[in-house]
Design a protein around this ligand. Structure first.
Ligand code: SF4
Ligand code: SF4
Length: 512
């Protein structure tokens, strides 16, 4: 299949946009590495799934890479210390979430040594059993670095329950302003391809295809050079069209096959991982290194030195911005702060929030980049939506606080691609509305589930107590019958024994 086929497929998926990508000059600036700050703030939930359980106490000394949070449940991820130092607090910290609501996290004061703990590496990952690779990836707390933050071990080790034929590496990075994957492929292509080879071994897939949009020629060249000699891994150039990075669209363009509605890629034998995740998997398996840092794009017209920075997890976004020279003095000031890209990212009220595993970008946009105004009911958002929703109607319901009605308009089907917000001439932050409403619906569902669990437990307790009463009464009746038999045998006055049986039968009447 050639580029033309992939181009035609991309042209035929409904909706989608071709935005001005705003990736350069940030993408062209050399990758910088940031030293750990004085304090890191590490949330216990940075992934899809249940929060981790804290394994340390205030006052403990931890080394870099030491496990400080244990996964909790089937879909969860371990959390590790991003640097060495002392735990100074465990409690609520402001989370990278549009609500600004706090989440539970661990604060570590750096000892300035950035000293690694013991690591369990492996010289030959291909000699390991695939299940062992999954175990090591889980131990290292690796999650999808494309933004979804789904625990990677679940997808790698067959946790989705289907046989995988094809491994797709999502290196499309279709979101405007972001270039962390582009920079990673330019600078660490050999590491990425090594990670992809390990993933092939772990999943049992026959081949891997790396999908890269055609607006990244340097990354394409670097990855093509790195895959030379890997017969089962190839680079596929795909057209630049948003939301190409959405799993279902990428699979369609690369294979011509559609994931069934309500289905998952594994239903058609495909698994998709982000290219940054491949490097994290390699570090976990070859060197035993947990996921304690990631590359973040710092971009937007207000940033003095835009570029890509490798940042310890838990570093405040404001400190990363300061590392990039802070705000431009010759500019009107920030109009919008975002963690992630402008399409799917989260608008935050302050940059005093930590970078977490899923944070691909810190954007400080000016008024011209944001725009703004009321809805003029132009319908552009409807035409751009790749899943055929009515974004303006959903947003109107959310604004009115009617999230149930928003759900009735198909909110659950929204893939949060941001196409609607991108084309909106009034620059209404539609995706932020949808994130908020989905969060509220999820909280309600959790509340309903909790109430149902309490009801079930209460019912079970009442039934158990009733059963115990029955058992007690039956035992009493049996003992009385035995005593009657014994009395008869010993020729005791029958009236005494009969009275005992009568009493016992009255007692056991509760079981009738
Ligand atoms: S694109 Fe924006 S202005 Fe146009 S209908 Fe949708 S929400 Fe309203
Ligand atoms: S409504 Fe959801 S799926 Fe449709 S364009 Fe907007 S963000 Fe994308």
């Amino acid at each position: 299949m050639g580029f033309l086929d992939r181009f035609l497929r991309a042209a035929h998926f409904s909706g989608g946009v071709h935005p001005d990508d705003h990736k350069r000059p940030a993408a062209d600036a050399p990758l910088r590495v940031m030293a750990p700050p004085a304090r890191v703030y590490v949330p216990l939930v940075q992934h899809i799934g249940a929060p981790a359980r804290a394994l340390v106490a205030v006052g403990d000394h931890v080394r870099k890479g030491e496990r400080i949070g244990a996964p909790h449940g089937a879909v969860s991820a371990a959390i590790h210390a991003p640097t060495s130092g002392r735990v100074i607090a465990i409690g609520d910290i402001v989370a990278p979430h549009p609500s600004g609501l706090p989440v539970r996290g661990i604060t570590i004061e750096s000892d300035g040594r950035d000293e690694w703990g013991e690591l369990e590496g492996c010289d030959d990952p291909f000699a390991l059993d695939p299940a062992e690779i999954g175990r090591r990836v889980a131990q290292a707390g690796v999650v999808g670095l494309g933004g979804a933050a789904f625990p990677s071990a679940v997808k790698l080790s067959g946790g989705l329950g289907a046989r995988v034929e094809l491994l797709i590496i999502n290196a499309s990075e279709c979101e405007p302003f972001l270039s962390c994957d582009d920079r990673l492929m330019r600078d660490r292509a050999a590491e990425a391809v090594d990670g992809i080879a390990i993933m092939l071994h772990a999943t049992g897939a026959r081949e891997a295809r790396i999908g890269i949009e055609d607006n990244k020629p340097e990354a394409i060249a670097a990855m093509r050079a790195a895959v030379a000699g890997h017969a089962r891994i190839r680079v596929e150039v795909i057209p630049t069209r948003y939301p190409m990075g959405s799993e279902k669209h990428l699979i369609l363009v690369l294979t011509g096959r559609e994931v069934p509605a309500e289905g998952r890629p594994s239903d058609i034998g495909v698994v998709v991982h982000n290219v940054g995740t491949a490097v994290a998997v390699r570090n976990a398996v070859r060197f035993g290194r947990p996921l304690v840092s990631r590359i973040v794009t710092v971009n937007g017209a207000c940033v003095r030195e835009p570029g890509n920075v490798e940042v310890p997890i838990g570093t405040l976004a404001g400190e990363v911005l300061a590392f990039c020279g802070g705000l431009r003095a010759d500019h009107g000031g920030p109009a919008r702060l975002l963690l992630g890209g402008p399409m799917t990212g989260m608008q935050v009220p302050t940059l005093e929030v930590p970078v977490i595993k899923g944070t691909g970008g810190i954007l400080v946009l000016d008024a011209a980049e944001v725009g703004g105004g009321p809805c003029i009911r132009c319908g552009d958002c409807m035409r751009a939506c790749p899943v055929g929703l009515l974004p303006l109607e959903i947003a109107a319901r959310v604004r009115a606080g009617e999230v149930d009605k928003a759900a009735g308009f198909g909110l659950a089907d929204c893939i949060a691609c941001g196409c609607c917000a991108y084309v909106c001439p009034s620059r209404i932050p539609l995706v932020q509305y949808f994130h908020h409403a989905k969060g509220e619906l999820a909280a309600r569902a959790r509340g309903t589930q909790r109430n149902e669990t309490i009801r079930t437990l209460t019912r079970a307790k009442a039934e158990r107590l009733e059963r115990e009463e029955c058992d007690k009464a039956e035992a009493l009746a049996r003992r009385a019958a035995a005593s009657l038999a014994a009395a008869t045998a010993a020729k005791q006055p029958a009236a005494v024994a009969e009275k005992a049986v009568e009493d016992a039968n009255q007692e056991s009447g509760v079981c009738a």
